[in-house]
Design a protein around this ligand. Sequence first.
Ligand code: SF4
Ligand code: SF4
Length: 352
Amino acid sequence: MSEKADTRPATRGVLSKDLLDACISCGFCLPACPTYAMTGQEQSSPRGRITLMRLLETGELAPDDPTLAEESSFCLGCRACETVCPAGVQYGHLLEEWRDEQWRGMKRPWIVRPLLTVANRTWVLRILGSVRRSARKRKTDGQRTLMLGCFERALFPSVSRSLAALDPTISVDPNQGCCGALHAHNGELEKGRELARELGDRLAGTIITTSGGCAAHLADVIGRERVVEASEWLLENSETEKRPLRVGLQDSCHLRNGLGVWKEPRELLGRTAAYVELPSSGSCCGAAGTYALVRKKESKAILAKKIAEIEAADLDLVIAVNPGCLRQLQTGLRKSKSRTKAVHIVDYMRGR
Ligand code: SF4
Ligand code: SF4
């Protein structure tokens, strides 16, 4: 008796089968996706991208197919699609695996490469932190340790100083490296996980982080129980006094959609000021890790809408919980000569 030939295409082993198989192609995610809203094209939606990943996996699309290159970089990686998916598809993990293939080596956008090189070198990060005067070394009982971040040390050193001032018993270790979120989202998935494990081994006790994106990546690799994001900690541990300010918030996509932390910063701001919920506070601001560098045009278009909303709300401050979002908002507000200032939630809580 002859056996029936298996006509299913062989798989290439780029993407995890169980992650891909979880998608039932229902399309519930389409209205939540900012890039689908921009183009109205199926291929720019979460479902469309999962279809592309499947075609890559079976070999029906060649790895150098231009649509694959375009859509893997056009996606913001904001994970808004995960929050509405009835099948629990882990789109963020799929995108990490996809970019691991798509952005490997010289296929990686050139502008991302020097960032990864810097983030790989702990001694460079230490010097950056020292020159920019981020929080200074402090050894305490080791129950909590402050994560300094890589580029936050250089761009926003006041944030770690503020947290160290608000929590006098937190330890600070200037010799810590990058958490690897940058790597995981830019085509170096295993390196990103390795760096997170190294950081988890190095830092004692609970790790307090001032970056929503880093919090989500670190928690994913070393366990949620080891990681506390700054607004979670501040809500439990800081004194709240009402100030005469109109204040809005920009969520961090990975903090909101990955870790489910979005109530905490709102509660904190509601206790301390007149809190105004912006219509799109939960949607990506266009910073999206390296997106503002790799996809400048799209990033600017997203930011322009956000700035118009902030202007219409006549805010004194718009608060960010992630350094990338903070930089993006500050750039947009400065260019539009807005009276509103963008401030990190930790600096805000310290009264800056
Ligand atoms: S990702 Fe989720 S919501 Fe989107 S099509 Fe697949 S199963 Fe449906
Ligand atoms: S991560 Fe964001 S941009 Fe990418 S498919 Fe999901 S919702 Fe759309």
